[in-house]
Write a protein that binds this ligand. Structure first.
Ligand SMILES: Nc1ncnc2c1ncn2[C@@H]1O[C@H](COP(=O)(O)OP(=O)(O)O)[C@@H](O)[C@H]1O
Ligand SMILES: [Mg+2]
Length: 256
C-alpha cells in the first residue's frame, strides 16, 4: 500500500485523455475518452474535489492541455490555498493563461467576489455556459471540471429539470472540445448520484468510496460505468498523499 506507483507518461492515442493520476489511467485503457463528460461521485471527504483539480493540474503541467475549473462549492481563493499543500501553484498557471477558475460560489452565498471570472447569475445555466464559452475563446482549454453539481441540483429540485440543465452543460462542454469531470456528492452509498439523474447526462461514472470499517476509514475507487471503453470492474484502494491521489490498480477492496 505504501509503495508509490510511477505516474504513467507513455504516449496514449489522441482519443484518450490521461488523468495523470497515479494508477488510475491503467484502470480504463489509458484515460478518459476525449470530448466526453464524466461524473465523479462520492461522499463528503472522499477526495472528489482533489481528483478533479489533479486532473486539471496534470492536464496543464504534464500534457499541455489548458483547463477550466467551475467552482460552485468553494471559493477560488480557498482552492488556490488548498492545493498548495500538494505543491500545485494554481496562481502561476492562471497568470500564464493556462488555467481559469470561475467563481460560481460567492454570488450564490451573497458575498462579493474579486475574481476575474465570476458567475454573476448563479444557477442560471445559460449564464454559466456563456461564461465557459467566453473563457474557452480566451484560453483554448481542453479540460474542465465542474465542482460540483449538488448545489445546482438542490436549487433546481425537480429531477427532470436537473437532468435537462446538466445535459445542456455537458453538451456545451463537449461541443467546445472539452473533456470534463463533474463532481457529485452522495449521501446514500447505494446510489451512484445524488438526484438519480446525473449519471444519465455523463458518459461515465467514477465512484469514490470512503467507508468506515471498524476504527478506520478505507478509501477505494471504482469505474462504475464508462461508455465506449473497457475498464476495470473491480474496486481499488487509493490514498491521498502529499502528491495528491494515488490509486493502487493491482490491489482490490471488497466493500460488501
Ligand atoms: N495532504 C493530504 N494528505 C492526506 N489527506 C488529505 C490531504 N489533503 C486532503 N486530504 C484528505 O482529503 C479530504 C478532502 O478531499 P476533497 O477532495 O475535498 O473531498 P470531497 O470533495 O470528496 O468532499 C480530506 O477530508 C482529507 O481527508
Ligand atoms: Mg468537494
Amino acid at each position: 500500500m505504501a509503495e508509490k506507483k510511477q505516474i504513467k507518461t507513455e504516449k496514449t492515442d489522441s482519443k484518450r485523455v490521461p488523468t495523470g493520476i497515479a494508477g488510475f489511467d491503467e484502470l480504463c485503457g489509458g484515460g478518459l475518452l476525449r470530448n466526453r463528460t464524466y461524473l465523479v461521485s462520492g461522499p463528503a471527504g472522499a477526495g472528489k474535489t482533489i481528483f478533479g483539480l489533479q486532473y486539471i493540474y496534470n492536464g496543464i503541467t504534464k500534457y499541455g492541455e489548458n483547463g477550466i475549473i467551475i467552482a460552485t462549492e468553494e471559493r477560488p481563493e480557498q482552492i488556490r490555498e488548498n492545493v498548495k499543500m500538494f505543491g500545485w501553484d494554481f496562481e502561476a498557471l492562471e497568470e500564464e493563461g493556462k488555467l481559469a477558475i470561475v467563481d460560481a460560489c460567492s454570488t450564490k452565498i451573497g458575498i462579493p467576489s474579486h475574481e476575474k471570472y465570476v458567475d454573476v447569475r448563479p444557477f442560471d445555466m445559460r449564464s454559466m455556459m456563456d461564461q465557459i464559452i467566453a473563457i474557452q475563446d480566451e484560453i483554448d482549454a481542453k479540460r474542465a471540471v465542474v465542482d460540483g453539481t449538488t448545489s445546482i441540483g438542490f436549487y433546481l429540485q425537480d429531477p427532470a429539470k436537473i437532468r435537462v440543465e446538466l445535459l445542456k452543460l455537458s453538451t456545451t462542454l463537449e461541443i467546445l472540445g472539452l473533456t470534463s469531470i463533474m463532481t457529485c456528492e452522495i449521501v446514500d452509498e447505494n446510489m451512484p448520484s445524488r438526484f438519480g439523474v446525473e449519471t444519465f447526462v455523463t458518459e461515465g461514472t467514477i465512484l469514490m468510496y470512503y467507508k468506515r470499517t471498524d476504527s478506520v476509514r478505507v478509501r477505494s475507487i471504482e469505474i462504475f460505468k464508462m461508455r465506449g471503453s473497457d475498464h476495470s470492474k473491480n474496486i481499488h484502494p487509493y490514498e491521498i498523499t502529499t502528491n495528491g491521489i494515488v490509486v493502487h490498480p493491482h490491489e482490490e477492496v471488497y466493500t460488501a
